[in-house]
Write a protein that binds this ligand. Structure first.
Ligand code: RI2
Length: 327
């Protein structure tokens, strides 16, 4: 089978420019690029191989700061290069297998979330979605395949208009859809039974970081007692938040919002363009993961039981007398 191979720098550039976008796709593309890089590598020995892959991983990690699927995926596959390895050939084999495993599992996770999430969509429901999440869409598409009759309100998603991708998918699947500007979300919320969105990151307290505007929609849903369901693979949960680290919210180029010419004519106006916002756990009813649906308050368990230690993002301090901790 011929596999399309892209260099790490090509992939990094495409992620930065959002030609490759969506938290899950970014993670899979980064891992696929690392796998290709490893297969092509001509490093003379193991330290040189590890260094080359580490450097490539660094380039990918520097592309977009918010979606933790990216560092989680990279750390997960980089873990396969630690421990006893005796040759470059063995390292390549282990690394390639780890990358393929991640890509396969990531795809399977989306399917399983679709199956579970679809069960929360009932006949006659009106569903609102925001941005373009393949995981959220998996729930809608599966519900449609199950024969559930429902309709969707999809937002435009300024400034990058990812809503256009969403309505294309919904249209092609034959799902009745209304396309609305972002600011119409509250106006229509009284007609909506369920909000379904994806996630770029989930913190230890169950807050969800997703496309800018998600928290306003969740607030409007909360006000009108509409349920909010988040579709998120376990590798979107952020172990580092256990250690008190914050998730950085990416602020993108002002040119996405106003053309440079218009911006230049408004010297006293500052353009702000955050790509994501934070929805507090109190506005979320359910997070559907491939391990099952959980209330946001259970985010810690997902990190502890399915993710954190495997990724190795946090090491427990050594135990025993005199070994760190409080005096
Ligand atoms: P899936 C996207 O970010 C959106 O915020 C979307 O909700 C989220 O990633 C999750 O997407 P962006 O890349 O992984 O458009 O579910 O900034 O596809």
């Amino acid at each position: 089978m011929i596999r399309w191979s892209m260099t790490v720098s090509d992939t990094a550039e495409k992620i930065k420019k959002m030609e490759i976008r969506g938290a899950g796709r970014i993670a899979r593309a980064a891992v696929a690029a690392l796998r290709d890089e490893a297969e092509r590598a001509t490093a003379p020995d193991l330290p040189a191989f590890r260094e080359a892959i580490g450097h490539a991983a660094g380039l990918l990690l520097a592309t977009r700061p918010t979606a933790v699927s990216l560092p989680n995926a990279v750390h997960l596959v980089m873990g396969s290069l630690s421990g006893d390895i005796h040759s470059v050939a063995e390292a390549k084999e282990r690394f390639s297998a780890a990358c393929t495993r991640f890509i396969t599992r990531s795809g399977e996770a989306v399917d399983r979330i679709g199956t579970i999430g679809a069960r929360h969509i009932r006949d006659g429901d009106v569903v609102m979605t925001h941005c373009n999440s393949e995981t959220a869409l998996a729930c809608l598409l599966q519900a449609h395949r199950n024969g559930t009759r429902f309709e969707v309100f999809a937002t435009e998603v300024r400034p990058r208009n990812q809503g256009h991708l969403t309505i294309r998918t919904l249209n092609d699947a034959g799902i009745r859809t209304s396309f609305i500007v972002d600011s119409a979300a509250r106006y229509f919320m009284k007609e909506v039974d369920l909000v379904v969105v994806g996630a770029d990151a989930v913190t230890v307290n169950g807050a969800v970081i997703n496309k800018i505007g998600t928290s306003q929609i969740a607030l409007a849903a909360h006000e009108s007692r509409t349920s909010v369901m988040v579709a998120a693979e376990t590798y979107k949960f952020a172990p580092r938040t256990i250690l008190g680290e914050w998730i950085e919210i990416e602020e993108r180029d002002a040119a996405e919002v106003l053309t440079p010419e218009v911006a230049a004519s408004l010297p006293r106006v500052r353009i702000r363009n955050p790509a994501f916002d934070v929805t507090p756990p109190g506005y979320i009813d359910l997070i559907v993961t491939e391990e099952g649906a959980i209330p946001p308050q259970m985010a810690y368990l997902i990190i502890r039981d399915y993710l954190g230690w495997e990724i190795g993002e946090f090491a427990l301090p050594p135990s025993g007398p005199g070994a760190g901790g409080c005096p």
